[in-house]
Write a protein that binds this ligand. Structure first.
Ligand code: PLP
Length: 385
């Protein structure tokens, strides 16, 4: 039954390398391998390549190149904003406002701040996975130094009203970070027009290699660096820069991307039509155009992921970054789903390379796999709602 052909529907976990980013990597390796801090011509060539990549990322985000800090990925970008933004504050009582549905890149940074004596509030989402701006405003306190609300959720695709919350934060003199790792490249957005202070992006969600990301840090903001050892990135990130990976990110953000909304809708509607007891999580929320998260009554999501894998399809049980764990998703639990409902939820995320034909094949395979799993063992019927 194992299929040799593969169809990839897990773009929120990571994305395949696009030809333009592969080419950018190869060019940078050949031509810009030197240390961009070196004074000689080899170093200057690397510097030019690196600064061109910075300019591409800045154009993509609608900001000034000086406002871009290259990092090792989305996790480091979010850590730099949250830890660096709060640690730069000299206030005695410090409070951070965030949400219960953040990626661990933000949640774990907040947990670290709590160990350092910072108070943290975790806002609970609605059943649709949405944080209300008024709810956000109510939890700002006189001690709030920084707020961090993700732009779009990696599991459900639910999009938050970032601009409204950023405006409230600014009015209250509070720094505002948004984890844009999943939204970047999928939504037309500029952190500058939205009034955000910090915005994180990651290369490997954009058809570029892993190991690179960027933080938009608005001019005038101060960040305590996470790494010490050099004055690179205007003192915000020490260490010899990866020109190669930055070049890949630059090429990735400059790339045209197809709108996969029709494919996602075809998949979602097809699943609902063919499979009884299928429910879209956060289906009423404004969502990323490429994501659908579906609960299948009576199914252990991991069994379905494996069954689809054997049929050639890569999908995931929500939080890809913690895949391998059988814990129910903290995002779905925070939305009010029961542990059983959360454990029966599968995420399908589309991107470059997906076609309507692939969607139709997936629909057929999913309907067949769900029917087979339901017919199978009592273990599966135990999780029926
Ligand atoms: N934030 C979100 C919303 C994510 O989905 C991810 C990765 O899955 C990250 C942050 C972490 O990014 P990276 O893998 O580049 O460290």
């Amino acid at each position: 039954m194992r299929s040799d052909t593969r169809w990839y529907f897990d773009h929120n976990a990571t994305t395949p390398i696009a030809p333009v980013t592969r080419e950018a990597v190869s060019l940078a390796m050949e031509d810009a391998w030197a240390n961009p801090s070196s004074l000689h011509q080899d170093g200057q060539r690397a510097r030019r390549c690196f600064e061109e990549a910075r300019a591409q990322v800045a154009r993509f985000l609608g900001c000034s190149p000086k406002e871009i800090v290259f990092t090792s990925g989305g996790t480091e970008a979010a850590n730099l904003a949250v830890l660096g933004g709060v640690r730069a504050s000299t206030r005695r009582d410090r409070h951070v406002l965030t949400t219960a549905i953040e990626h661990p890149a933000v949640l774990e940074a907040c947990a670290q701040l709590e160990r350092e004596g910072v108070a943290v509030t975790y806002l609970q989402p609605s059943r649709q996975g949405v944080i209300g701006p008024e709810q956000f405003r109510r939890h700002l306190t006189k001690d709030t130094v920084l707020a961090s609300v993700m732009h779009a959720n990696n599991e459900t695709g639910a999009v938050q009203e970032i601009a409204a919350m950023a405006a409230m934060a600014r009015e209250a003199g509070v720094l505002f970070h948004s984890d844009g790792v999943q939204a970047a490249g999928k939504l037309a957005f500029s952190p500058v027009s939205a009034g955000v202070d910090f915005y994180s992006v990651s290369a490997h969600k954009l058809n570029a290699p892993k190991g690179c990301g960027a933080l938009y840090a608005r001019t005038g903001t101060v960040l305590a660096p996470l790494l010490h050892g050099g004055r690179q990135e205007r003192g915000r990130r020490a260490g010899t820069e990866s020109v190669t990976l930055a070049a890949a990110l630059g090429a990735a953000v400059a790339m045209e991307r197809p709108d996969v909304t029709p494919l996602r809708d075809r998949l979602e509607q097809g699943l609902l039509a063919r499979i009884p007891g299928a429910h879209v999580n956060a289906g009423q929320a404004a969502r990323l155009p490429n994501t659908t998260n579906v609960a299948f009554d009576g199914i252990a999501a991991e069994s379905l992921v494996i069954a689809l894998d054997l049929r050639g399809f890569s999908v995931s049980t929500g939080a890809a970054c913690s895949s391998g764990s059988t814990e129910p998703s903290h995002v779905l639990l925070a939305m009010g789903l029961s542990p059983e409902q959360a454990r029966s939820s599968v995420r399908f995320s589309l991107g470059l390379g997906n076609t309507a034909e692939q969607v139709d094949l997936l629909l057929e395979a999913a309907a067949e796999a769900v029917a087979r799993l339901r017919a199978l063992s009592p273990a599966h019927s135990e999780v029926v709602r």
